[in-house]
Write a protein that binds this ligand. Structure first.
Ligand code: PRP
Length: 194
Protein backbone atom coordinates (compact mmCIF):
# COMPACT_ATOMS: atom_id res chain seq x y z
CA UNK A 1 0.00 0.00 0.00
CA UNK A 2 1.45 3.41 -0.94
CA UNK A 3 2.37 5.82 1.86
CA UNK A 4 -0.25 8.55 2.33
CA UNK A 5 0.74 12.09 1.38
CA UNK A 6 -0.76 13.19 4.72
CA UNK A 7 -2.61 11.49 7.55
CA UNK A 8 -3.97 12.24 10.99
CA UNK A 9 -1.14 12.44 13.54
CA UNK A 10 -3.06 13.66 16.62
CA UNK A 11 -6.84 13.40 16.54
CA UNK A 12 -9.36 15.89 17.89
CA UNK A 13 -9.93 13.60 20.87
CA UNK A 14 -6.20 13.30 21.61
CA UNK A 15 -5.76 17.07 21.38
CA UNK A 16 -8.78 17.77 23.53
CA UNK A 17 -7.59 15.37 26.23
CA UNK A 18 -4.06 16.80 26.16
CA UNK A 19 -5.32 20.39 26.34
CA UNK A 20 -7.35 19.53 29.44
CA UNK A 21 -4.29 17.87 31.03
CA UNK A 22 -2.09 20.88 30.30
CA UNK A 23 -4.75 23.25 31.64
CA UNK A 24 -4.90 21.28 34.88
CA UNK A 25 -1.13 21.52 35.40
CA UNK A 26 -1.04 25.23 34.54
CA UNK A 27 -4.02 25.90 36.84
CA UNK A 28 -2.24 24.16 39.67
CA UNK A 29 1.09 25.95 39.02
CA UNK A 30 -0.59 29.36 38.84
CA UNK A 31 -3.26 28.92 41.49
CA UNK A 32 -4.09 32.23 43.16
CA UNK A 33 -2.48 34.22 40.36
CA UNK A 34 -4.05 36.01 37.43
CA UNK A 35 -1.79 34.96 34.56
CA UNK A 36 -1.36 36.82 31.30
CA UNK A 37 -1.51 34.45 28.37
CA UNK A 38 0.57 35.78 25.49
CA UNK A 39 -0.33 34.19 22.18
CA UNK A 40 2.17 34.35 19.32
CA UNK A 41 0.20 35.01 16.15
CA UNK A 42 -1.00 33.44 14.12
CA UNK A 43 -0.71 29.72 14.67
CA UNK A 44 -1.25 29.57 18.42
CA UNK A 45 -4.71 31.17 18.34
CA UNK A 46 -6.54 27.86 17.91
CA UNK A 47 -4.63 26.24 20.78
CA UNK A 48 -5.08 29.34 22.97
CA UNK A 49 -8.84 29.34 22.40
CA UNK A 50 -9.20 25.79 23.69
CA UNK A 51 -6.61 26.13 26.45
CA UNK A 52 -8.08 29.28 27.94
CA UNK A 53 -11.53 27.70 28.15
CA UNK A 54 -10.09 24.65 29.92
CA UNK A 55 -8.04 26.75 32.33
CA UNK A 56 -10.84 27.76 34.70
CA UNK A 57 -8.68 30.56 36.08
CA UNK A 58 -9.01 34.34 35.87
CA UNK A 59 -6.54 35.41 33.22
CA UNK A 60 -5.75 38.09 30.69
CA UNK A 61 -4.93 37.49 27.04
CA UNK A 62 -2.73 39.45 24.69
CA UNK A 63 -1.18 38.85 21.28
CA UNK A 64 2.06 39.59 19.51
CA UNK A 65 3.38 38.86 16.08
CA UNK A 66 6.93 38.36 14.91
CA UNK A 67 8.66 38.11 11.58
CA UNK A 68 11.99 36.63 10.72
CA UNK A 69 14.47 37.27 7.94
CA UNK A 70 14.88 33.92 6.20
CA UNK A 71 18.54 34.27 5.22
CA UNK A 72 19.91 35.35 8.56
CA UNK A 73 17.25 33.50 10.54
CA UNK A 74 18.82 30.12 9.81
CA UNK A 75 22.16 31.07 11.26
CA UNK A 76 21.69 33.90 13.69
CA UNK A 77 18.02 34.12 14.48
CA UNK A 78 17.07 37.59 13.30
CA UNK A 79 13.52 37.92 14.58
CA UNK A 80 11.61 41.12 15.22
CA UNK A 81 8.27 42.08 16.68
CA UNK A 82 5.84 43.40 14.07
CA UNK A 83 2.81 43.64 16.39
CA UNK A 84 3.55 44.26 20.03
CA UNK A 85 1.58 43.55 23.21
CA UNK A 86 -0.81 46.12 24.63
CA UNK A 87 -0.61 44.90 28.23
CA UNK A 88 2.36 45.88 30.41
CA UNK A 89 4.32 42.83 31.61
CA UNK A 90 5.86 44.25 34.76
CA UNK A 91 5.18 41.97 37.77
CA UNK A 92 2.90 39.70 35.72
CA UNK A 93 2.90 35.92 35.64
CA UNK A 94 3.17 35.36 31.90
CA UNK A 95 2.44 32.17 29.98
CA UNK A 96 3.76 32.39 26.43
CA UNK A 97 1.61 30.29 24.13
CA UNK A 98 3.18 28.84 20.97
CA UNK A 99 1.82 26.40 18.42
CA UNK A 100 5.24 24.96 17.64
CA UNK A 101 8.85 25.26 18.74
CA UNK A 102 11.01 24.21 15.82
CA UNK A 103 14.50 25.73 15.62
CA UNK A 104 13.77 27.49 18.92
CA UNK A 105 15.02 30.82 17.54
CA UNK A 106 11.66 32.59 17.76
CA UNK A 107 11.11 31.46 21.34
CA UNK A 108 14.67 32.35 22.37
CA UNK A 109 14.17 35.84 20.95
CA UNK A 110 10.78 36.27 22.62
CA UNK A 111 12.01 35.13 26.03
CA UNK A 112 14.95 37.52 25.90
CA UNK A 113 12.76 40.41 24.75
CA UNK A 114 9.89 39.85 27.17
CA UNK A 115 12.13 39.15 30.19
CA UNK A 116 13.57 42.63 29.72
CA UNK A 117 10.11 44.00 30.58
CA UNK A 118 10.38 42.73 34.18
CA UNK A 119 7.58 40.18 34.44
CA UNK A 120 7.42 38.22 37.69
CA UNK A 121 7.90 35.03 35.67
CA UNK A 122 7.48 33.69 32.14
CA UNK A 123 6.41 30.14 31.52
CA UNK A 124 6.27 28.66 28.04
CA UNK A 125 3.53 26.42 26.73
CA UNK A 126 3.71 24.92 23.25
CA UNK A 127 1.27 22.66 21.50
CA UNK A 128 4.06 20.93 19.57
CA UNK A 129 7.72 20.52 20.41
CA UNK A 130 9.74 19.55 17.32
CA UNK A 131 13.27 18.97 18.61
CA UNK A 132 14.83 17.57 15.44
CA UNK A 133 15.73 20.99 13.95
CA UNK A 134 16.52 22.76 17.23
CA UNK A 135 19.25 25.41 17.08
CA UNK A 136 18.57 27.44 20.24
CA UNK A 137 17.59 25.67 23.46
CA UNK A 138 15.03 27.90 25.21
CA UNK A 139 13.30 26.30 28.20
CA UNK A 140 9.78 24.95 27.64
CA UNK A 141 7.53 24.35 30.65
CA UNK A 142 4.47 22.74 29.08
CA UNK A 143 4.45 20.57 25.95
CA UNK A 144 1.36 19.21 24.26
CA UNK A 145 2.98 16.78 21.86
CA UNK A 146 6.50 16.01 20.77
CA UNK A 147 6.90 15.18 17.09
CA UNK A 148 9.57 15.42 14.43
CA UNK A 149 7.01 15.19 11.61
CA UNK A 150 5.83 18.02 9.35
CA UNK A 151 2.50 18.93 10.92
CA UNK A 152 -0.44 20.98 9.70
CA UNK A 153 -3.84 21.75 11.19
CA UNK A 154 -5.12 23.01 14.54
CA UNK A 155 -3.42 26.36 13.88
CA UNK A 156 -0.41 25.10 11.91
CA UNK A 157 -0.44 26.09 8.26
CA UNK A 158 1.11 25.28 4.94
CA UNK A 159 1.31 28.47 2.88
CA UNK A 160 -1.60 29.87 4.88
CA UNK A 161 -3.79 26.81 4.30
CA UNK A 162 -5.03 24.12 6.71
CA UNK A 163 -4.93 26.10 9.97
CA UNK A 164 -8.62 25.33 10.40
CA UNK A 165 -8.32 21.55 10.25
CA UNK A 166 -9.67 20.40 13.63
CA UNK A 167 -6.77 17.98 14.20
CA UNK A 168 -3.03 17.75 13.54
CA UNK A 169 -2.12 15.97 10.33
CA UNK A 170 1.38 14.83 9.38
CA UNK A 171 2.59 15.49 5.85
CA UNK A 172 4.72 12.61 4.55
CA UNK A 173 5.32 14.04 1.08
CA UNK A 174 6.16 17.72 1.45
CA UNK A 175 7.45 18.15 -2.15
CA UNK A 176 4.09 16.88 -3.47
CA UNK A 177 2.26 19.40 -1.28
CA UNK A 178 4.62 22.20 -2.29
CA UNK A 179 3.89 21.45 -5.94
CA UNK A 180 0.15 21.51 -5.28
CA UNK A 181 -0.70 23.28 -2.00
CA UNK A 182 -4.43 22.47 -2.16
CA UNK A 183 -3.75 18.75 -2.54
CA UNK A 184 -4.94 18.00 0.98
CA UNK A 185 -8.32 19.71 0.75
CA UNK A 186 -10.12 16.32 0.90
CA UNK A 187 -9.11 16.25 4.58
CA UNK A 188 -11.81 18.87 5.18
CA UNK A 189 -14.41 16.43 3.88
CA UNK A 190 -13.73 13.90 6.60
CA UNK A 191 -11.25 11.55 4.91
CA UNK A 192 -8.48 10.54 7.31
CA UNK A 193 -5.67 10.45 4.79
CA UNK A 194 -4.89 11.68 1.30
C1 PRP B 1 5.83 29.38 13.83
C2 PRP B 1 5.48 29.28 15.30
C3 PRP B 1 6.63 29.92 15.97
C4 PRP B 1 7.77 29.69 15.00
C5 PRP B 1 8.63 28.60 15.53
O1 PRP B 1 5.34 30.58 13.34
O2 PRP B 1 4.28 29.91 15.61
O3 PRP B 1 6.41 31.28 16.23
O4 PRP B 1 7.23 29.32 13.76
O5 PRP B 1 9.69 28.37 14.68
P1 PRP B 1 11.17 28.37 15.21
O6 PRP B 1 11.22 27.54 16.47
O7 PRP B 1 11.92 27.72 14.08
O8 PRP B 1 11.61 29.77 15.44
P2 PRP B 1 5.23 30.90 11.78
O9 PRP B 1 6.42 31.69 11.37
O10 PRP B 1 4.97 29.64 11.03
O11 PRP B 1 4.00 31.87 11.75
P3 PRP B 1 2.46 31.55 11.91
O12 PRP B 1 2.24 31.07 13.33
O13 PRP B 1 1.80 32.84 11.64
O14 PRP B 1 2.12 30.48 10.92
Amino acid sequence: MPVAIAEIAFSQEQISRRVRQLAKVIRSDLAGRRPLLVSVLQGSVVFLADLVRALELDCDIDFLSVSSYPGEYQTGGVVRIIKDLEIVLEDRHVVLIEDIVDTGLTLAFLLKTLKARDPKEIKVCTLVDKPVRRIAQPPIDYIGFQSDRFLIGYGLDFQGLYRNLPYLAAVNDVPALAAEPRLLEPLFSGVEQV
